[in-house]
Design a protein around this ligand. Sequence first.
Ligand SMILES: NC(=O)c1ccc[n+]([C@@H]2O[C@H](COP(=O)([O-])OP(=O)(O)OC[C@H]3O[C@@H](n4cnc5c(N)ncnc54)[C@H](O)[C@@H]3O)[C@@H](O)[C@H]2O)c1
Length: 414
Amino acid sequence: MDRRNFLSNVGKGAVAMAAMPSMRALGANDRIRIGLIGAGDRGMQDLSDALKQPNVECVAVADAYSRRRDLAKARVPGITTYDDPMRLLERKDIDAVINATPLHLHAKYFLASLDAGKDLYSEKTMTWDIPQAVACLKAGEASKQVIQIGTQHESSGELKDAKEWIAKGYLGKITMVESWISRNTPRGHGQWVRPVPSDCNPEHVNWQLFLDGRPEPRFDAYKYINWRLFWEFSGGNVTENMVHQNAWITSALGLKDPPLAASMMGGIFSEKDGRQVPDTFNVTLEYPEMIVVWQSTFSNSHYGLGEHFLGSSGTIEHVSGSTDMITGRTTGGVSFYPERVNSPGVPAMHGESKGVNHMANWFECIRSRNKATNAPVETGYRTAVAGHMANLAYRRKTRVTLEEAMQATKADWM
Ligand SMILES: NC(=O)c1ccc[n+]([C@@H]2O[C@H](COP(=O)([O-])OP(=O)(O)OC[C@H]3O[C@@H](n4cnc5c(N)ncnc54)[C@H](O)[C@@H]3O)[C@@H](O)[C@H]2O)c1
């Protein structure tokens, strides 16, 4: 029975509707009531973005750290705050939630949100390991809830252009995609390292809620704030940034499955500050008759970030924040360049399509009950698995096939 039939059968049931808020059919003028789980840096950006959309109201925020709850309350007076997200999820008057917790907690609140009947915007990477990615895919596919993964470049105009050029066959046979992110780091200050606020202590932080069963004997404020640097909580730059670009590349190419195999080499070369996750590395992902290479550096930002799709008939260049060698200006955008031999007379092109706001796309889909958001659970799955295969290959110092990766357990990512 679909949502609409269910509602018309229950019908008149204002009472039943109150009991199942996210089953309400929502018109353009109906308010969508949201809750935020994880009101850190990204959560607050997502919240601001959500509140710019029409008829969206935030009624509750959950965060394990009182400072974050206070900041959220200052931003949106009148909300109720909780330390435990499960209390927020119990509320029947919340239609949808944004999950912007640290990576190791994504799957827990992803599954709990769907169980509670909430539509879900879940930050990337969808999960911390592969078994969780499998569980979230299963739950997402079985659920009627509308899911958007926070890979916002999936809503970009550049992706529209790249998809169109590839679908029209302008590139011919694509055998390689090279992609990269390059950032600079001030000497002596490692990328991502954040200062620890003076009130970050057990009095203000629910440490056990953060650990979610991880065996850490003592409260560690540095780890709490800088969780990105440690495998227990993070997948490093693979889960921070590669997934964004892997989503973009696989969407442009129409690749629905994770890679067949992955390799990854590199190390901690930029700043040796006690972090566990590497800063400088390259990943090779093997897809049928194609490789996708992704490279990370935190020492030099000259080339910004981008992707080159290399086809027998042409090239797509998608760049952002790259420095022009001649003018010194930063350049960006998506372009197509023909190969002279296989595409005689085909002109070069520059993409002009407009994108949409990723958050707006989620709300539109919530109103229309359309599960095909711009970054549905399937995108979350194939990009999470690609990232976790790469990290597994790095940690095992070997090439890892998809079959091998599917056998890995939680211990492999700790
Ligand atoms: N889409 C993007 O471009 C983008 C950009 C940045 C970050 N992110 C993602 O957003 C997520 C959050 O990153 P961040 O930089 O905001 O991290 P952060 O550490 O600033 O925020 C995490 C918040 O979660 C809270 N928290 C910890 N455990 C909790 C629990 N059990 N229940 C509720 N709250 C808990 C922390 O107190 C903190 O406020 C990450 O997964 C990151 O990869 C996405």
